[in-house]
Design a protein around this ligand. Structure first.
Ligand SMILES: NC(=O)c1ccc[n+]([C@@H]2O[C@H](COP(=O)([O-])OP(=O)(O)OC[C@H]3O[C@@H](n4cnc5c(N)ncnc54)[C@H](OP(=O)(O)O)[C@@H]3O)[C@@H](O)[C@H]2O)c1
Length: 338
């Protein structure tokens, strides 16, 4: 088995051209010791390819591969020779013609297939699966209301009416089932499996548009209703909104491979705020952007954030709520969303 040394380490990032994937690749290349295999769905998409190819260090240490979750065997070449794999990609839409019956079946099959390729490789030591706090809600199964806290023991009950009636139902179910499937491999096999259930990620981007999660964070300023409904959904699922800066998101992913040994589930969010607290901050800091009163009046819940597992392992968040919100506003302004 090839070992990671202080001079050399090969890692794979699936979904390399997305918001988190591209920032993660930039950070890995900046560290100087990582050789990165990144997957994209279409290597002929020059805007996505050139964004990654012009990153500092890319010429020497970045190799791109074409792979689609709906053809999961395609990931094998990218995973070969790597010591660590970040499975960041996730399908959001189910193609019309597919061997899988729905988005969840496709996402779960893709995750399993990627983990089996890691096992077959003989080199991969650990896989980091990028999950979502939407899979770790405070909803109680069969009982009205929310639990008093959110931590790693929480799993979203997938038959809860809030999930089944949600516009994001397919996403919530596919993330939850994929995370569970990934963690089961960690229980059974030789591979270390880490799931990082991330809060809503904000901040600026390398991409030429405002990423959807950053847009959701500023939705009380843009007043784009479906994005505000996504913010409210997270609040209804979790009591408040667990938020996270893109820099902390990428640092947390890298932290998970730099530990000598790590496995299991970790929630990842530096702050836990209600939508009305976000609105209050925007009103005080950006009075010219005029926050509507209805956003300030949204009720606050008393649910507590009780996850300390990642911090207990030694991870330190560097970005608080204000920095996340400020950088999200900056990003939205730069792309003329505000
Ligand atoms: N942003 C957040 O707030 C947040 C919070 C918690 C968890 N997450 C998780 O973080 C991951 C990345 O999210 P993001 O915000 O960076 O989203 P994003 O910008 O939309 O990126 C999604 C990535 O998934 C890839 N992808 C989509 N369908 C695919 C398929 N069928 N096969 C292979 N790749 C496919 C896309 O590749 P193409 O470029 O080829 O389309 C893209 O690189 C996801 O797993 C998401 O669930 C995100």
């Amino acid at each position: 088995m090839e070992e990671c040394s202080s001079r050399y380490c090969k890692v794979c990032v699936t979904g390399g051209s997305g918001f988190i994937g591209s920032s993660l690749i930039k950070k890995l290349l900046n560290k100087g010791i990582y050789y990165v295999h990144a997957t994209l769905r279409n290597l002929e998409d020059t805007s996505k390819v050139s964004l990654l190819k012009q990153l500092p260090g890319a010429k020497e240490r970045l190799q791109l591969f074409e792979a689609d979750i709906y053809n999961p065997d395609q990931f094998e070449a990218a995973i070969k020779y790597c010591q660590f794999v970040f499975h960041v990609a996730t399908p959001f839409q189910h193609p019309q013609h597919s061997q899988y019956k729905d988005l969840t079946e496709g996402a779960v099959a893709g995750t399993k297939s990627i983990i089996m390729a890691c096992e077959r490789s003989g080199t991969v030591r650990r896989i980091i699966y990028t999950s979502s706090v939407m899979a770790a809600s405070a909803l109680s199964n069969g009982i009205a209301g929310l639990k008093d806290f959110v931590d790693e023991t929480c799993w979203t009950p997938l038959h809860h009416p809030l999930v089944t009636s949600s516009l994001h139902k397919n996403y919530i179910i596919s993330k939850t089932e994929s995370e569970k499937a990934a963690l089961r491999f960690g229980d059974d096999g030789n591979l270390e499996v880490v799931s990082l259930a991330c809060g809503l990620v904000g901040g600026d981007t390398l991409l030429s548009y405002t990423p959807s999660s950053t847009a959701v964070i500023v939705s009380q300023l843009t007043e784009i209703e479906h994005q505000f409904q996504s913010l409210r959904l997270i609040e209804e699922l979790s009591g408040k909104i667990p938020i996270l800066h893109i820099e902390d998101t990428c640092d947390a992913h890298i932290f998970c491979i730099e530990k000598d040994s790590l496995h299991g589930r970790f929630l990842c969010a530096s702050d836990y705020v209600s939508s009305s607290e976000i609105a209050e901050y925007f009103q005080q800091t950006y009075p010219e952007l005029q926050v509507k009163q209805k956003y300030l009046d949204e009720p606050k819940k008393s649910t507590k954030w009780a996850s300390t597992k990642l911090i207990d392992q030694g991870f330190e968040y560097k970005y608080d709520m204000k920095m996340i919100l400020d950088d999200s506003v900056k990003c939205a302004k730069r792309h003329s969303l505000l």
